[in-house]
Design a protein around this ligand. Structure first.
Ligand SMILES: C=C(O[C@H]1C=CC=C(C(=O)O)[C@@H]1O)C(=O)O
Length: 372
């Protein structure tokens, strides 16, 4: 992949300008980029995850499935797996670009970005944890930036690929979801030919200098253990015996997380929708117990998460499936970039550290939009 040559990637902006259903993605550690593009204008949407059984395409699933925020499937009418083939194909479409929005001030603080607002919601979350109804709740927030004249989703995608080689990087657009761009460290499920994996990822700290040992405190260890136990239980409910490795530290940009990997066999990958229904949303983005945490978040978080903390990626039960949790992402509109970040709250959490953690996570995605 060529470095620091983002401008040719503006070509992907023309797909967005023309409201085409497409997803461009790069798997962790891969050199190649992939394009899934739908030729028809129809939207394929679903309101239950089990409706994905036997389906193939690029899935965009929200945190909370609703009529206005359904599960979407981009039909794989065009599937290309090399940069040259992708660029040649898009050039051959001869798409017209829409004139760009007028130049706007670079970064503006909106009310929803404020610490005071976060603090109020955090206190409600802490009260709920103290009541004992939930043992973990994930609190998230948004950060809105006005879109600058020179911002290019395509160029930002490329910048993310270069900056975050071990994350799942994507740019996708459909008329229903709008445009989303992200670089997630968290695998929801992937596999091929009977061999499948999922991750239990949680716990966060900043990267240390090379000679400093990485130490995880009890809060972070427990936060990750809750996710690992949940994954194990949910897979068991589907009759799946998974083997898991001990939790290890992984790096995602400037952050470290704790991850345990689960491996298992799937006899019927065509029924992946059933497994997704069991796994999503995991306590990495939701909390525990699942239903109580989900209800509480919907009633108290104070804004719609939309496709943030849902999942996306290629679903192909006949071949390779790679689905990732939609973290470290932003929603791109004509004049605003809405960034999302959250973190797991336990009774032992500290308000200021949790706020700082969301700031650090936002930095992952902020760093690919600056200077463009
Ligand atoms: C919910 C997010 O991160 C999850 C994944 C890794 C670590 C997390 C944490 O330490 O809280 C979260 O569970 C996010 O990035 O918005």
């Amino acid at each position: 992949m060529e470095f620091n040559k983002h401008s040719e990637y503006h070509i992907f902006d023309s797909l967005i300008d023309n409201n085409i259903h497409f997803a461009l993605f790069r798997l962790p550690y891969a050199d190649n980029i992939n394009l899934i593009l739908q030729k028809s204008e129809d939207s394929y949407s679903f309101n239950q995850l089990d409706q994905l059984n036997s389906k193939k395409g690029f899935v965009i699933a929200p945190y909370n499935i609703s009529g206005s925020c359904p599960i979407l499937l981009i039909s794989p009418d065009v599937v290309l797996n090399s940069k040259d083939a992708i660029f040649d194909y898009i050039s051959s479409l001869n798409l017209q670009s829409r004139p760009k929005v007028a130049g706007l001030s670079p970064i503006v603080q909106h009310d929803s970005n404020s610490f005071n607002r976060y603090q109020k919601v955090y206190e409600a979350f802490q009260e709920e944890l103290e009541s004992g109804t939930s043992s973990k709740l994930v609190l998230s927030r948004t950060f809105d930036i006005e879109r600058g004249e020179h911002f290019s989703p395509g160029a930002s995608f490329h910048k993310a690929c270069v900056k975050y080689p071990n994350n799942f990087v994507y740019l996708c657009h459909t008329p229903v979801s709008g445009t989303w761009l992200g670089c997630s460290p968290e695998k929801l499920i992937s596999g091929k030919d009977g061999k499948w994996q999922t991750d239990a990822l949680a716990g966060t700290q900043k990267v240390k200098s090379a000679d400093e040992p990485v130490i995880w405190d009890n809060k972070n260890k427990l936060e990750q253990q809750i996710v690992a136990d949940y994954m194990q239980q949910q897979l068991q409910k589907a009759g799946i015996q998974a083997t898991n490795k001990e939790a290890e530290t992984i790096q995602a940009g400037d952050l470290l997380h704790l991850r345990s990997e689960f491996s298992f066999e799937l006899d019927k990958p065509e029924n992946l929708g059933d497994i997704l229904q069991l796994l999503h949303p995991s306590p990495a983005v939701n909390g525990f117990p699942k239903d109580e945490a989900f209800r509480f978040i919907l009633d108290n978080e104070g804004y719609p998460r939309s496709y943030y903390s849902g999942f996306l990626g290629l679903l192909d039960p006949g071949d390779q499936t790679d689905l990732y949790v939609n973290l470290r992402c932003m929603q791109v509109t004509g004049n605003t970039l809405r960034l999302y970040a959250g973190g797991g709250i336990l009774p032992s959490s500290d308000l200021f550290s949790e706020w700082k953690e969301t700031e650090n996570k936002l930095q992952t995605i902020l760093s690919i939009i600056e200077n463009l």
